[in-house]
Write a protein that binds this ligand. Structure first.
Ligand SMILES: Cc1cc2nc3c(=O)[nH]c(=O)nc-3n(C[C@H](O)[C@H](O)[C@H](O)COP(=O)(O)OP(=O)(O)OC[C@H]3O[C@@H](n4cnc5c(N)ncnc54)[C@H](O)[C@@H]3O)c2cc1C
Length: 216
């Protein structure tokens, strides 16, 4: 799989009319999270390194265990649980919504761009930023497909078109793009201090806490 994905050999930051370029050496491989997860899943199963179950959810066992986890293939009982199921994990209790917190949203779509630079590009503006990089196009190595993501305050923009208009160089560049996917969004993005242990369950990654992705 890795031989068929674009290589990213630098990062470009666009801010206040200036550009900073930093090399990535050795170059990074640009692949979709879904493809990486699926490859890990298949690899673990084929090598019998892990036992895999799908559709899991917390069914019981609190603070001291044993913990009972419901899965598509029946129940699993465990002495310990590490929850790595992300911001919307159903393995541990969700934190309460903070009504007063600033509302941030995430936006994403794929576009085609002629000969995109092999870099991760980040454009900054008041109220957020927008990033993009080449991503694989099916089995073809030569790619013109880029993924474009933005994290933006909801009072600043709620659509990618509005995001592009917030940075002049991004606006000019985006005029040459053709959409390849419907945009998707995620909200609310609520930043909280991490809570790595709750009700006896260890938590890692976003399940433990979501921090500003750019600095976190
Ligand atoms: C808009 C936005 C922009 C971001 N930009 C950046 C960035 O530029 N750089 C950066 O480093 N980070 C960025 N992040 C943060 C980054 O995406 C997350 O920090 C990272 O994906 C967290 O990884 P995770 O494995 O903890 O959780 P997730 O990526 O959410 O993965 C959790 C996985 O668990 C699975 N799952 C859920 N429930 C269960 C269950 N019950 N049983 C089994 N599996 C389950 C899910 O399907 C998913 O595959 C951004 C996030 C957002 C929202």
């Amino acid at each position: 799989m890795l031989s068929r994905v674009p290589r990213i050999d630098g990062v470009r930051l666009f801010l206040d009319g200036r550009t900073v370029q930093v090399p990535i050496d050795p170059p990074a491989a640009s692949l979709a999270r879904y493809d990486m997860d699926a490859a890990l899943w298949r690899g673990g199963r084929q090598r019998r390194a892990v036992e895999t179950r799908t559709d899991s959810g917390r069914a019981g066992g609190y603070r001291t265990g044993p913990f009972h986890i419901r899965t598509a293939a029946g129940f699993v009982t465990a002495r310990a649980v590490i929850d790595t199921a992300g911001r919307w994990s159903n393995l541990t209790e969700r934190p309460p919504h903070l009504a007063s917190a600033p509302k941030w949203i995430g936006l994403k779509a794929h576009f085609s761009e002629e000969s995109p630079a092999p870099t991760t590009d980040l454009y900054f503006f008041e109220g957020g930023y927008c990033g993009m990089q080449p991503v694989p196009l099916g089995d073809e190595l030569a790619t013109s497909r880029i993924v474009v993501c933005s994290m933006v305050r909801a009072d600043v923009a709620t659509r990618l078109e509005d995001v592009f208009a917030l940075e002049p160089r991004l606006l000019e560049r985006s005029r040459k793009w053709t959409p390849l996917s419907e945009p998707i969004s995620t909200a609310p993005l609520l930043f909280r201090p991490p809570v790595p242990l709750r009700d006896g369950v260890l938590r890692a990654g976003d399940a433990a806490g979501f921090v500003d992705p750019f600095v976190g």
